[in-house]
Design a protein around this ligand. Sequence first.
Ligand code: IPM
Ligand code: MN
Length: 357
Amino acid sequence: MNYNIAVLDGDGIGPEICAGALLVLDKIGQKYRHIFNFSHYLIGGAAIDECGCPLPEKTIKGCLESDSVLLGAVGGYKWDNLSGDARPEKGLLGIRKAMGLYSNIRPAKLWKSLAGASPLKPEIVEKGVEITIVRELTGGIYFGKRTSGEEDGVQFATDEEKYTVPEIERIMRVACELSKKRSKRIASVDKANVLETSRLWRKTVHEFAEKYYPDITVEDVLVDNMAMQIVKDPTRFDVVVTSNLFGDILSDEAAQVTGSIGMLASSSLGDGTRGLYEPIHGSAPDIAGKDIANPIATILAAAMMLRDSFNLIEEYNAVERAIKKVLDSGYRTADIYEEGMKKVGCAQMARLIAENI
Ligand code: IPM
Ligand code: MN
């Protein structure tokens, strides 16, 4: 089969980690006889420098015409002083919206060989951590009305959080579909003791589950409590569904307890099979160009694309197996390095994974 993949390298370590993922995809192509065609498009700071805006029309068109999209990361010091709509991050928010990708799945899983890198106590780590955060991605406060101005000589700014019932229902459907193949337990995270949007969220997720997925149990967890549970004992959670803002924050936290944010991938999908796959970490401008970044999250993102957009299950498993093998052989990038291990750079880590496929 032939697959057309749009690649948005972005900024900072984006180009290095994407190069690692493409190397692995090429190896999968050779082994399983697929042809992957890669077309690179600009996004974020790189697009600002070249075209004057973080999301050029050409990029949107290229993504919408592709079979799926791989993204590195956006942002950096250079563009930190730009105003809201001109920032690199707006390019990422914009492409998610333009592609209709309302559902963001972020699996935080602890790799056995990295147990030592987790900040959790060994007796907790031993029980295994595998949380899948289902984050609503095109609504809420990241896309609400924004204002700023001055009132009585005092400067102010506002960001509006708005959710509609259909928006909550469609993300809940994604969480339920995942959950029905797993523990049939969903934790829904909100702040219903304070926020009106959270009260609508809570009511809607329960009504939806009772009506369409009566076998699934939905537990409500307040977001502040969830933040605490993740560092205390995350082992009892399986599928976690939440809003755009809460999902953004909790997924970084969940990633860190599994060892390193450099290991976590995410898929963003809408109603079709064309998705956007990216690591959950950022562009890490401080280490860009030094060949020390961890490419595993982006390689896993590419693997998720094989599985979730192209239905290539065996190919997904082959990538996961290769990563496990390389980690079990003691190879580590700097972020997951422990005494006695073999330290390798970004390109070398990607080569080792490709060789093990
Ligand atoms: C993420 C990032 C983005 C987000 C930023 C860069 C817009 O933090 O993918 O988690 O907030 O979604
Ligand atoms: Mn984030």
